[in-house]
Each structure stands twice: as C-alpha cells, then as structure tokens.
Design a protein around this ligand. Structure first.
Ligand SMILES: Cc1cc2nc3c(=O)[nH]c(=O)nc-3n(C[C@H](O)[C@H](O)[C@H](O)COP(=O)(O)O)c2cc1C
Length: 364
C-alpha cells in the first residue's frame, strides 16, 4: 500500500494503473482517455519519426491536461545488415506475398528505423511527465538530460539483473515484463537468450534486486494482467502499479487493425507464442498462418529492426485486406479475456474490480 501510494502520489494520478505503450496501436486518443480517467496513458513512439512524436504529444495535450508517458525503444542509430541476408529475406517474403495473393512486394527503406538520438531529442522537447524505455539502458548523459527537465523515467526489465541495472542507472521506477506479456520482449542484458520469467516470480525477484542497489524505487508489473484482481495480486507481491497492454488493445481508441482486435477474444492460450519472424526480435503474439509459414526460416532472417522494416509492406497490406492470419497479432497470454469497451469505461471497471478485490481480501 505504501509503495502504491508513493508512485500514484508522485505522478499525481489517481489509479495504480499504467496503460502500456504499444507502438503501432496506441493513439493520442487512447492515451488521453486513460489519463483523463485517472490512470497513466502511454504513447508507444518506438516506430515514430521525431516530428510526428512532437505532433502526437501536442495532440495528447490538446485532449488532456493530466500526466502521460512517451515511450521509446533504445537502439543504436546506425544499422548495417549483411546485404546478402537482406536479399534472401526479401525473396522469401516476396514469394510468400505472391502465394497469398497480396500484390505488394518488399522494398529497401531509406532507413531501417527512426534514429533513436533524434527521437530522444524530440521526446526531451515534448517534455512529457513520464518517459519510459525498452530494449536497452539509456546512456548516463541521456538520463541526466531527462532529470534536468524533470521527466520521470521508467525503464523496462525482464530479469532481476536488468531491474537492478535500471535502478543503478538512475531510473525513477522499473517496469518488469513477465513472460506473459504481449509485444516485444524489452530486455537487453542476456545476449543470445530470451528470458521468460513469469510475473509471479519476477516481481519479488526484481523488488529485492532493486532494494539491493540501494535505490528502493517502485516496481511496476506487466504481463497477463487483465482485471482489477490481477492488479491487486501484483500489488500484494510488491508492485506499486500495474501496466496493462492487451487489455487496452481492443478499445475503440486503439489503432490495432479490426481483424487483429477480432482475433484477441478467440485467442487460445496455447497459440500465444514468442515469435521472431515478423521483426527479428522476440515478441509475444498469436501463432497464425504467417508464423507457421516462416517457422523453418527464423534463424536465417535478419535481426531487428531490419526484418521489421522488410515485413512492414506485408503487414500493412494484410491489415488493409483484413488478413489477420498474415499480421503481427501481438498480445499477452491472457488475450482471450479482453473486454472491448471505451478506454475510460475500462479504467473505471478495472478500478471497481480492484477495490472489490481489496475488500474481499480484507473485509474489515
Ligand atoms: C501490441 C503491443 C505493443 C507493444 N509495444 C510496446 C512498446 O512500444 N513499448 C514498450 O515498452 N512495450 C510495448 N509492449 C509491451 C507492454 O509494455 C507490456 O509489457 C505488455 O503489454 C504487458 O502484457 P499484456 O499485454 O499481457 O498486458 C507492447 C505490447 C503489446 C501487446
């Protein structure tokens, strides 16, 4: 309870609830609706060019005067893939699109991804109350720059060691991403591995690791939480707040393709898997026709962000054609529990459930 109130009070929000940043699915309308309802809305800007980050932050500000978060993927500015691997991947993807009757083909983009240093400069200029990061640690100078501007920093960790690394780097809070979590794995320390620690194990492990660093910062729990009882469970284990992604994906304010939203409710838990073949980086989503078609080729495909850029035309065409079976349908393990409804209603419902669960546990 102490931990929860310190996070909520420090940020000036009302609920121990963070709507997860979801690059490609979060919109200014979703972020503002959650922040207006008392949670912390977050915009996933990892794929967004610097000017668009500024424009979207301005749009959020036009819709709410409450705190919100901007989120980026920490990546090197320069990417130099093996040209032969790119050619092979393009041939494979083009053949698949032809077989599936899609008329688009891959192309070489001007850049494989937006430059992180330029996105970071735009984030600093936009000056949100909160900035959150995944895929790597910030450099110490970048951390200082955010502190100088009074921006609250949340780092993403998938293991206890990563949680400690963020605490030592100066983060104000660490978001722990359990194995259940939808979307890309945010970790960075364990080269060649994809740690998949369940949230029940990870919250207490990360809380101890953070405490051992001498900086007792809040731990935010993410992965598979779909209701208020789950939020309370995370708090009982030591979390200060819960970060929910998939639960908000089916909201009308989310920009996930309609066919993807539709598939969430029917997602069988055993079909929600860790997938590399869309982006070159492990991410949790639905095993569909594309994933199965690429199964034998995964080890030959280029790494993130190269493969992500190469599959973009396919994913756009699939969304336009309503072909969810060829889309990156990111979602957490509990996707079938989505409750499609406006984001403000979902926040109110989550908080109602959370309070009921508290009362049920401690009736007097
Ligand atoms: C569609 C989707 C996109 C995501 N994109 C991001 C992102 O851009 N940045 C980030 O830090 N986390 C991202 N995540 C991970 C979330 O922050 C969070 O860990 C996850 O949603 C929690 O699990 P849940 O989906 O079961 O609630 C994404 C998750 C999903 C489902």
């Amino acid at each position: 309870m102490m931990r929860m109130s310190s996070f909520v009070q420090r940020l000036g929000i009302e609920c121990p609830l963070v709507q997860a940043p979801m690059a490609g699915a979060t919109t200014p309308e979703l972020v503002a609706a959650v922040s207006n309802a008392g949670g912390l809305g977050s915009l996933g800007a990892g794929y967004t060019e610097p000017q668009a980050i500024l424009d979207q932050a301005a749009r959020i500000r036009a819709l709410t005067d409450r705190p919100f978060a901007l989120n980026l993927f920490v990546l090197p500015d320069e990417v130099a893939p093996d040209p032969a691997a790119v050619t092979r991947a393009r041939a494979r993807l083009d053949a698949l699109m032809e077989r599936e009757g899609l008329s688009v083909r891959t192309s070489l983009p001007a850049r494989w991804a937006p430059r992180f240093s330029e996105q970071f400069a735009a984030l600093c200029e936009a000056r949100p109350a909160v900035a959150s990061f995944a895929f790597d640690l910030l450099a110490p100078t970048q951390m200082q720059e955010l502190k100088r501007r009074g921006i609250y920093v949340i780092g993403t960790a998938t293991t206890a060691a990563e949680a400690r690394a963020w605490a030592e780097r100066g983060a104000d809070a660490v978001c722990v991403q359990g194995a259940e979590a939808g979307g890309h794995r945010g970790g960075f320390l364990h080269a060649g591995e994809t740690p998949l620690i369940g949230l029940f194990a990870l919250i207490p492990l990360a809380a101890s690791a953070v405490a051992a660093s001498g900086r007792d910062i809040p731990v935010i729990a993410s992965g598979g939480i779909m209701d208020g009882a789950g939020m309370l469970a995370a708090e009982v284990l030591g979390a200060a707040a819960s970060q929910l992604g998939t639960a908000f994906l089916a909201c009308p304010e989310s920009s996930a393709a309609e066919a993807w939203k539709h598939d969430l409710a029917a997602a069988e838990d055993h079909r929600v898997a860790t997938i590399r073949s869309f982006s070159g980086r492990a991410a949790r989503g639905l095993r569909n026709r594309y994933v199965e078609a690429m199964e034998g080729a995964v080890d030959e495909l280029p790494a993130y962000p190269v493969l992500n850029a190469l599959t973009a035309p396919l994913r756009r065409a699939a969304a336009a054609a309503g072909r969810a079976d060829l889309l990156s349908e990111w979602c957490g393990q509990a996707a079938a529990r989505v409750r499609p409804q406006p984001a403000a209603e979902l926040v109110a419902r989550l908080m109602h459930e959370y309070r009921l669960a508290r009362r049920a546990l401690a009736p007097h």
